[in-house]
Design a protein around this ligand. Structure first.
Ligand code: KG4
Ligand code: ZN
Length: 332
């Protein structure tokens, strides 16, 4: 069963064809990083315009690369939310029109569920139930995942998302956008224990996060060391990253233990962070918990994960009507 997946929730226009929820036949991602770079973040209006330009060629490319004739597609899966409304509308409207014209079922996918489905695109993925840490530019949350169709929220950030904290710290250090990969690389040359930034565990037995305090702590450090902070950039990056990774790792492993899960996963853009991957793996090994983290190309936004989620929803009978609309935030 071949599913065409489409994603346009933020600054990537993506399309993919996935077979059986697992096998990636094609996955095309057109990044808008170069457009948003000089503004230090995603400009929603520009994002929508760039999606409009890219959507047709990206879908055509994904179909061509897949080698699957369009008549053999079984459904179109598309990100319905959460995300930037103007950006989402481009992919969602295109998918509606394409599905209608080809007589295919349409399946609206929650972007966060898509990140979780990315685990099944490489190997078999974790057995249910497992705990998943979702860390991206827009979200940071822990889920108890009980099936392909159901993820129960255990806790989430009360302010910034982890990726957002990386992006904002990079910006205030004058390092550019997108911040996650820049900080990750710079941190390799720094000593994580040189500067001790605060860890916001909040309630250690709960699974909520807060990252605005550490961002302010980095800002304060810069203000207090106006002359010499530039020489310490690698130590600042390493110290900041370590503080974020400490909290993420602690909460994920604790969540798995609380739910007596033998498996834990990390998904989303920040799952590309090498230090986080390493720390989660070693903490989980001590507790005898299996760890699942997608390969780097599937951590950031892509449409293969949307097609994979679409497969499971399709098998469960989910269909989305043409009257459906996008949503900017997940229903609480
Ligand atoms: O999942 P994603 O591509 O988009 C959203 O759904 O938000 O995540 C993007 C986020 C950005 O904040 C980016 O800075 C962060 O993922 N990111 C990283 C790394 N690579 C990307 N954060 C930390 N370390 C990285 N290596
Ligand atoms: Zn995402």
């Amino acid at each position: 069963m071949h599913i065409l997946g489409i994603e346009s929730s933020c600054d990537e226009t993506a399309a993919a064809v996935v077979t059986g929820g697992k096998e990636i036949r094609s996955s095309v991602v057109a990044s808008q990083v170069d457009v948003h770079k000089r503004f230090g973040g995603v400009v929603p209006e520009l994002a929508s315009r760039k999606h409009l330009e890219a959507i047709v060629p990206v879908v055509e490319e994904a179909l061509a690369q897949s080698g699957i004739p369009e008549e053999q597609l079984s459904a179109v899966a598309v990100t319905q939310g959460p995300g930037l409304v103007g950006a989402l509308l481009v992919g969602f409207s295109f998918a509606k029109a394409y599905a209608y014209a080809r007589g295919l079922p349409l399946i609206g996918i929650d972007h966060l569920q898509g990140h979780i489905a990315s685990l099944y695109l490489s190997g078999n993925g974790p057995a249910f139930p497992f705990t998943a840490l979702l860390v991206s530019g827009g979200h940071t949350a822990i889920y108890h995942v009980v099936s392909h169709l159901e993820s129960r929220l255990m806790g989430k950030t009360r302010d910034d998302a982890a990726g957002e904290a990386f992006d904002k710290v990079s910006k205030l250090l004058g390092l550019g956008y997108p911040g996650g990969s820049i900080i990750g690389k710079l941190a390799l040359d720094g000593d994580p224990s040189r500067i001790d930034f605060p860890r916001a565990y909040l309630d250690k037995s709960a699974f909520d996060f807060s990252f605005s305090g550490i961002k302010s702590a980095v800002r304060r450090y810069v203000q207090e060391h106006p002359e010499d902070y530039r020489a310490d950039l690698a130590h600042i990056a390493a110290g900041f990253q370590e503080a974020v990774v400490d909290v993420l790792t602690f909460k994920l492993i604790r969540a798995a233990a609380t739910k007596k899960c033998r498996h834990a996963a990390v998904v989303g853009g920040v799952a590309a962070n090498e230090r986080l991957r390493e720390r989660v793996r070693s903490a989980a090994a001590k507790e005898d918990i299996g760890v699942h983290i997608p390969p780097l190309r599937l951590c950031g936004d892509n449409a293969a994960m949307i097609a994979a989620a679409g497969y499971h929803q399709f098998m469960a009978g989910k269909r989305t009507g043409l009257e459906a609309d996008v949503y900017s935030r997940s229903p609480a």
